[in-house]
Design a protein around this ligand. Structure first.
Ligand SMILES: Cc1ncc(COP(=O)(O)O)c(C=O)c1O
Length: 463
């Protein structure tokens, strides 16, 4: 009896301290949002950079001479040192001593390396959650063209998570030599965090594991000494906003030789010959870094990581959790005057912190769903940036909107090209949702603006 009030008082105290800290951060580092009248609520799409990150990076560029790192001259050596430093910081950030850090253009490029290099074969397997980004879904094409087959693990409609029995049943089927299992640490659509213990369960049954951590790591700590997937994909702009165009693939050293690189390029070989058809690939991360890495931008990763470390991932995690609670509590009871709910939040809000992400669909007074693009354009008029559609995650959208395999097959086999809108017309079923996501620059005023926007739709029928 005594515990609960004490606990909630402590929680309130912590939230207040966070409020002060983050409001101050907003003034110092993200003032442009207020100067520009922007209500930015798409942090899962892309994080915002702090002004100090730009300042530090530009100082570095202004004060030093950077040469192409594939050489031994002083300017080249300087670039090499900073790249090495960034790689080390990334390894530290994820506690990933047992991993190589391969720089890529983004998470998709990291996933593509796994897709094209994994030894899929006749009878090989690719098992994946239906809650996956298209950049993971696309790996099935590599598997299928090698004569293997892929299989999806469905998500439960009610809480958008996976059923333990269904997943274990599929993992227990260990036929096939090379088997890859892929899932997102956190859904980019619903924000649901999937259980990282699936990594161990899958590995114990002989699966190699690809963890797509792109949507998880911006607001949660990933400790790769505790959870040990074979491959991990990451985009850095999602963690600290700047620069874009850089991500990484973390490859567990023990799984390094599992990936079979199909070609070689500058920077990936220790030796190659033109007259004799031989080459030796490098024996580390460089094997997968084709050509010149982004040597002017990679030093900005160290600056970004230092910035996040100075705030603390734990604090970011608690902050986005409390902001999402704040928003949910203000949205959940909103109704039209006839009592019809104004919106439905998809998934189960009681399953813990969803890392600052919430998806919803809006409802007219007569109970019909409002098309997501209408909400998008009305929000735009108020300077609010949300995101809508299926977020490159068709599997979860199909779950949310109860689309069946036969309906989808009927659509795809009826034409040779198409798009989202064409499919909606054909199926006469709603698709998509509205996603609101918060981050370290969000304040309560942003959320109040969004709630006021939703209230402004009360009693309106939007067709
Ligand atoms: C979970 C997840 N995986 C992969 C990606 C692809 O990231 P990128 O577009 O940076 O390659 C995203 C991007 O939204 C994502 O959220």
């Amino acid at each position: 009896m005594i515990k609960t009030p004490l606990k909630s008082r402590a929680k309130r105290g912590l939230a207040l301290a966070h409020d002060e800290f983050f409001n101050d951060l907003r003034k110092r580092e993200y003032n442009r949002l207020d100067n520009d009248g922007q209500v930015y609520l798409d942090y899962t799409g892309g994080n915002l950079y702090a002004e100090s990150q730009l300042r530090h990076h530009f100082e570095l560029l202004r004060e030093h001479t950077f040469g192409n790192p594939h050489s031994a001259n002083p300017s080249s050596k300087f670039s090499t040192r900073l790249i090495k430093n960034a790689r080390r910081k990334i390894i530290e950030f994820f506690n990933a001593d047992d991993y190589y850090c391969v720089f890529t253009a983004n998470a998709s490029a990291a996933l593509k390396i796994v897709g094209e290099s994994y030894p899929f074969e006749r009878g090989g397997r690719f098992l994946l959650f239906s809650d996956n980004h298209n950049s993971v879904n696309g790996i099935r094409e590599y598997c299928n063209s090698a004569g293997g087959f892929h299989e999806y693990v469905p998500m439960n409609f009610n809480d958008l998570s996976v059923s333990k029995e269904v997943l274990l049943d599929k993992l227990n089927d260990t036929t096939g030599e090379n088997k890859l299992f892929a899932f997102p640490a956190q859904s980019n659509m619903s924000g649901v965090k999937h259980d990282l213990n699936w990594i161990k369960e899958a590995k114990e049954r002989g699966w190699d594991v690809l963890l797509d951590a792109a949507a998880f790591v911006p607001t949660s700590s990933l400790d790769l000494s505790v959870y040990t997937p074979d491959f991990v994909s990451i985009s850095f702009y999602k963690i600290f906003g700047y620069p874009t165009g850089l991500g990484c693939l973390l490859v567990r050293k023990s799984a390094f030789y599992k990936l079979q690189k199909k070609w070689f390029a500058g920077g990936t070989v220790s030796l190659a010959s033109a007259k004799a058809s031989y080459h030796f690939l490098t024996e580390n991360h460089e094997r997968f870094e084709d050509g010149t890495v982004s040597y002017l931008d990679i030093p900005a990763l160290s600056i970004g990581l230092d910035y996040i470390n100075s705030i603390g991932m734990g604090r970011i995690n608690e902050r986005v959790g409390s902001l999402i609670d704040y928003l949910y509590n203000r949205l959940e009871g909103l109704t039209h005057s006839n009592g019809e709910k104004q919106l439905t939040v998809l998934g189960n809000r009681n399953q813990g912190n969803t890392g600052g992400t919430m998806i919803m669909s809006f409802i007219n007074p007569n109970g019909s769903k409002i098309r997501f693009e209408k909400i998008d354009s009305l929000a735009k008029e108020k300077g609010i940036s949300t995101r809508s559609g299926c977020f490159c995650n068709p599997g979860l959208d199909e779950t949310n909107n109860c689309l069946t395999t036969s309906e989808l097959t009927a659509y795809f086999t009826s034409r040779t090209r198409g798009d989202y809108w064409d499919m909606i017309d054909f199926l006469q079923k709603m698709r998509g949702a509205t996603r609101v996501s918060v981050g370290l620059a969000t304040n309560k005023r942003d959320l109040d603006e969004f709630v006021n926007f939703v209230k402004s739709l009360q009693n309106r029928t939007i067709l």
